[in-house]
Write a protein that binds this ligand. Structure first.
Ligand SMILES: [Fe+2]
Ligand SMILES: [Fe+2]
Length: 180
């Protein structure tokens, strides 16, 4: 397994959660009551699995390796990816504020839609542009070694077993919202 294979596999998990989120915002817009605990579970997934762990692997390990291989941080794909991670954090914060605020679930819809749109495009750019570039510049042996660094980061940042728990959450929500 290489580092980019691992990130692509995580993208699949994140894309499934985005699809669930899209189904949920459609329901909220129609006035369907969605349990707040489910939205909190999704936010936890986005904060911990997508941001802390997945974006952490990219920002702290992959991007610095690309910089060392000569890709500039500013004015190129790395700068764009970092900027989009920052925008994503802002949308996550706004979704959290909507859940703890008094204006009701409708306030959750707009940052959630913006997040889904942003991350869908972001993942496509990484899969189609950034990762092929990393594979060309760094090669399979270095990316295989990098995957071991990823495993260590995952254990340190989110702890053993957490990854599996997030996949179970994903399966539960998918069965509920994507079955039809
Ligand atoms: Fe990213
Ligand atoms: Fe990514």
């Amino acid at each position: 397994m290489t580092a980019t294979d691992d990130l692509r596999a995580e993208h699949e998990g994140i894309l499934s959660m985005l699809e669930i989120l899209r189904a949920i915002t459609t329901s909220i817009r129609k006035g369907v009551a969605v349990p707040v605990e489910q939205l909190e579970g999704i936010l936890d997934f986005l904060k911990v699995f997508a941001d802390k762990c997945h974006h952490g692997k990219e920002e702290d390990i992959l991007f610095p390796a690309l910089e060392r291989a000569g890709v500039p941080r500013e004015g190129g794909p790395i700068g764009v990816m970092l900027h989009e991670h920052t925008l994503g954090r802002r949308h996550i914060r706004d979704m959290g504020a909507a859940l703890s605020g008094s204006s009701g679930l409708q306030a959750f819809v707009s940052p959630a839609d913006a997040y889904v749109e942003l991350l869908t495009q972001h993942i496509a750019k990484e899969n189609n542009v950034l990762f092929p570039m990393a594979e060309r510049l760094l090669g399979v042996p270095a990316l295989t070694g990098m995957h071991e660094e990823f495993e260590r980061l995952e254990v340190e940042r989110i702890g053993l077993g957490r990854h599996e728990a997030f996949h179970r959450l994903l399966d539960d929500l998918a069965a509920r919202y994507l079955a039809a």
